[in-house]
Write a protein that binds this ligand. Structure first.
Ligand SMILES: O=c1ccn([C@H]2C[C@H](O)[C@@H](COP(=O)(O)OP(=O)(O)OP(=O)(O)O)O2)c(=O)[nH]1
Length: 155
């Protein structure tokens, strides 16, 4: 079976130069998102996140997919650029601009982060979505070996 196709709108023509969404390597799981800015944005450490448009809109319709916006590993680990919502969930029926909540997680007094127009500042991965129905019960029909143990209960 081939890869699914979903509709994508370019909301910012500069993406044609900066780069259309594409997988950087043959088996890459995510496409990078570009910061559609007119001027650089400086994020001071530990201040409120800033919403930055990626300049694209998607219509996943009934593809059975959703998308997740995630930090880029290098920027997150080395510079402290992460997301104000930690992970962004893009619903299949959301057709507005995909926005990225850019947050400088460095502690007060740490390094500011500058995001340049066109910079690849976040990434987006597509995931299949299951939508189970819920059968409300008083007791579960089968036991499990873990039971209610969690939060480190296995040592
Ligand atoms: O990082 C993000 C997260 C969300 N969205 C868009 C797509 C998503 O489908 C919509 C709503 O997101 P979510 O359901 O997480 O937000 P909410 O706070 O629960 O608001 P809503 O009442 O709009 O669902 O906002 C983005 O563009 N970027």
């Amino acid at each position: 079976m081939g890869n699914p196709v979903i509709e994508l709108k370019l909301l910012d023509e500069r993406l044609r130069q900066w780069g259309l969404p594409r997988y950087q390597t043959g088996l890459a799981a995510a496409v990078d998102l570009h910061a559609c800015l007119d001027t650089p944005v400086v994020l001071e450490p530990s201040t409120a996140p800033v919403l930055i448009s990626s300049g694209i809109a998607l219509h996943m319709a009934d593809s059975g997919m959703a998308a997740l916006v995630m930090p880029r590993s290098g920027l997150g680990h080395r510079k402290g650029l992460v997301l104000g919502n930690l992970v962004g969930l893009i619903d299949a029926d959301y057709t507005g601009p995909i926005l990225v909540s850019a947050w400088n997680r460095n502690p007060p007094g740490g390094e500011p982060i500058t995001i340049a127009p066109g910079e690849r500042f976040a990434q987006m991965v597509f995931v299949p979505i299951l939508r189970p129905e819920f059968a409300v019960v008083e007791e579960f029909s089968t036991d499990s070996s873990r039971g209610a143990g969690g939060f480190g209960s296995t040592g």
